[in-house]
Design a protein around this ligand. Structure first.
Ligand SMILES: Cc1cc2nc3c(=O)[nH]c(=O)nc-3n(C[C@H](O)[C@H](O)[C@H](O)COP(=O)(O)OP(=O)(O)OC[C@H]3O[C@@H](n4cnc5c(N)ncnc54)[C@H](O)[C@@H]3O)c2cc1C
Length: 379
């Protein structure tokens, strides 16, 4: 291959969704370059949760639209799963209850039908074994989508749409002149001409590619653990968060249970820690003792790509009119991928995103000190 129209660097959820919406618009010559295999990065290591119960206008609005896209994708892409079983935020202090009451009202004002549940109502929704839950925020439009199914389904769909996928193909750098990217240097020395656009969707590694072009992006690699059990008989439909500790549990359609917990480790340290296992299992099994009867299958670490305000960067790279960047999703990029892929498509084809909120994700906000705010985060 010597020439491409659109080069997408990164075969995670962001790159795959951008390729999908571009192909649907009739764009040809789309090439996805992935240094390992599709889903190797954060995408293949995530919990598959999808929600719009956030605290910022940008997140709630984009996720409201992204969930609409997830519902359409489920119809359009064979094998892609999205199960709208909701999110349940367990609240164990009066302060958290009050905060989430206000959040629910805010989310409702943006068209997201979250609601507060009493302790009794929580007990009707999930089999709680502990009685310190005062109330919960329930997000009925939220759901779960297996990342493994997503990657395989998208691979097949993109190939049917004529998208070219190059796995084990490392992009060493982007060559630019006159304010435009002109080519990619692929693997050892192969130079590929780019006629239209480049999308940097390389997760935490986007930083190196943009730095090569002289643009610093403020994201840090924040390692997070996750465990998965073997299949267990179904007992839990919504993804459940214990907000006070930042722990969560989700049971996927296969029966596998995933348990995550806030367990800070130094940047770039991807060693497996017993402390995480102890914390995650201890807290969530108090509420759901089923976790202790399930067989532990695997534990792994993946990165949250964290920005200073926990919002992503979706922008044209300053100084390069045909280079776009989409990264820094801070722990929720998988769920955002369908709307971000669509917005990237609009930015490439129409010169601007469809939603005004996407403009707030520009890179300059960090230099200008116009940081966004998000408090509804965990894990
Ligand atoms: C434990 C855990 C749980 C999570 N849970 C959720 C969740 O429930 N819901 C949610 O929405 N998000 C969740 N996330 C976050 C989510 O996984 C990420 O935000 C999202 O997957 C980012 O996708 P991406 O495509 O932007 O990046 P990635 O998936 O990281 O993809 C980037 C790809 O680029 C490739 N690449 C890098 N450099 C190059 C190069 N130079 N050349 C070619 N290829 C390159 C990498 O190999 C990688 O495959 C979780 C993350 C973790 C770690």
């Amino acid at each position: 291959m010597e020439q491409v129209n659109v080069a997408i660097v990164g075969g995670g959820s962001t790159g795959l969704m951008a390729a999908y919406y571009l192909a649907k618009e009739g764009v040809r010559g789309i090439h996805v370059f992935e240094s390992k295999y599709l889903g190797f990065g954060s995408t293949g290591r995530c919990a598959g949760g999808v929600r719009s119960s956030f605290a910022s206008n940008v997140h709630v609005t984009l996720m409201r639209e992204s969930i609409r896209n997830w519902l359409r994708l489920k119809e359009e892409v064979e094998g892609l799963e999205f199960i709208q079983d909701g999110y349940l935020w367990l609240l164990t202090t009066e302060e958290l209850v009050e905060l989430h009451r206000r959040l629910a009202a805010y989310q409702n004002s943006l068209g997201v039908p979250t609601r507060m549940l009493s302790a009794e109502e929580v007990g009707e929704l999930v089999p709680l074994a502990r009685s310190d839950v005062l109330a919960a925020l329930y997000d009925p439009t939220a759901g779960k989508a297996s990342p493994i199914k997503f990657v395989w389904a998208m691979r097949k769909k993109l190939m049917e749409l004529g998208v070219n996928i190059h796995e084990y193909t490392f992009v060493r750098g982007i060559r630019a002149s006159g304010g435009k990217a002109r080519s990619l240097v692929v693997d050892e020395s192969n130079e590929v001409r780019v006629d239209d656009h480049v999308l940097i969707a390389a997760g935490v590694w986007s930083k190196e590619l943009s730095r090569d072009l002289g643009v610093e992006i403020p994201i840090k690699k924040d390692p997070h653990h996750l465990l998965v059990t073997d299949k267990y008989s179904p007992f839990l439909r919504p993804l459940v968060i214990h907000k006070e500790s930042g722990s969560y549990v989700v049971q996927h359609e296969t029966g596998s249970i995933l348990v995550g917990a806030e367990f800070p480790v130094p940047e770039d340290d991807t060693s497996l820690r017993y402390g995480y296992l102890r914390k995650a299992v201890t807290i969530m099994s108090r509420y759901f003792p089923q976790i202790l009867s399930a067989e532990l299958l695997r534990v792994w670490v993946g990165y949250y790509e964290v920005t200073p305000d926990h919002h992503p960067i979706v922008d044209v790279l300053p100084g390069y009119e045909n280079v776009l960047i989409a990264t820094g999703f801070s722990g929720h990029g998988y769920m955002m991928a369908p709307i971000v892929g669509e917005e990237i498509t609009s930015m490439m084809l129409d010169g601007r995103p469809k939603l005004a909120e996407t403009n707030e994700l520009r890179l300059e906000r960090f230099d200008e000190g116009k940081l966004l705010k998000e408090s509804a985060i965990f894990g």
